[in-house]
Design a protein around this ligand. Structure first.
Ligand code: ADE
Length: 233
């Protein structure tokens, strides 16, 4: 079973993780997801989690102590832990990273806000032999915090775990779609369903032909054309 823990100052932001396929996967015991409020690790009356940056500059930085206490509370030295720190300065998330994460035992997501988390948190856990620290970005834009990024990563990762998807055939089809030479995705061909004519638009005839060889050829050509088009833009 994959254990996933998330630490955030907005735990309610993460409630969609209980829904849909992921909710079912938790009921089936394939994954376990626990959400933790960072402020529970603070002792001061204001439950403060941030302070001004050393060296000056705009914004606030999240202090190391509550993060360290929160991570210690949900891990132990006997297990392998992959700590994922969400930051726009991280390595870009992709399908290959999702595949790697889907084979882990324990993922801990640190969802920072403001100008990020004191850099010593990543440094400290990197030096522990049972931890692997990943600084991850989901794209070249700045979000208000790591919560949505964590949910993106969890959705892409958990659907690759056997038993999570209703129809595992969709995974087999997709596995051919990570192209060999680089990590870019070969995008899917366009899909159609009934009716065959909608508002005057017809489904491509080859798909109605019943000729599986021709259909496969057409789909491959379409996927390649779409991928080329995307990579040009
Ligand atoms: N936090 C803020 N922006 C982010 C991004 N693009 N990816 C991951 N975490 C973030």
């Amino acid at each position: 079973m994959l254990q996933i823990d998330l630490i955030s100052i907005f735990p309610d932001y993460l409630t969609p993780l209980k829904l849909s396929l992921l909710g079912k996967a938790q009921d089936k015991g394939i994954v376990s997801i626990d959400i933790h409020d960072l402020r529970e690790q603070t002792n001061d009356v204001h439950h403060s989690v941030d302070d001004t940056p050393y060296g000056g500059g705009a914004g606030m930085v999240m202090t190391a102590a509550p993060w360290g206490d929160a991570i210690d509370a949900i891990t132990n030295d006997q297990e392998l832990v992959d700590l994922i720190i969400l930051t726009p300065a991280g390595k870009k998330f992709d399908q290959q990273m999702a595949a790697d994460f889907s084979k882990k035992y324990h993922l801990v997501f640190a969802c920072g806000r403001y100008e990020g988390i004191d850099a010593r948190v990543g440094e400290f856990y990197s030096s522990k032999s049972n931890f692997k620290v990943h600084e991850v970005s989901i794209g070249d834009y700045v979000l208000g915090g790591g919560e949505v990024a964590a949910m993106v990563i969890i959705e892409a990762t958990t659907r690759l775990i056997p038993g999570v998807l209703g129809n595992p055939d969709s995974l087999t089809e997709e596995s051919h779609s990570i192209s060999g030479n680089n990590d870019s995705l070969l995008v899917e061909y366009p899909n159609y369903t009934k009716p065959s004519n909608w508002r005057g638009l017809e489904v491509p005839e080859v798909l109605l032909s019943g000729n599986h060889g021709e259909i496969a050829k057409w789909r491959k050509a379409q996927a390649e054309r779409r991928t080329q088009q995307l990579n040009k833009e």
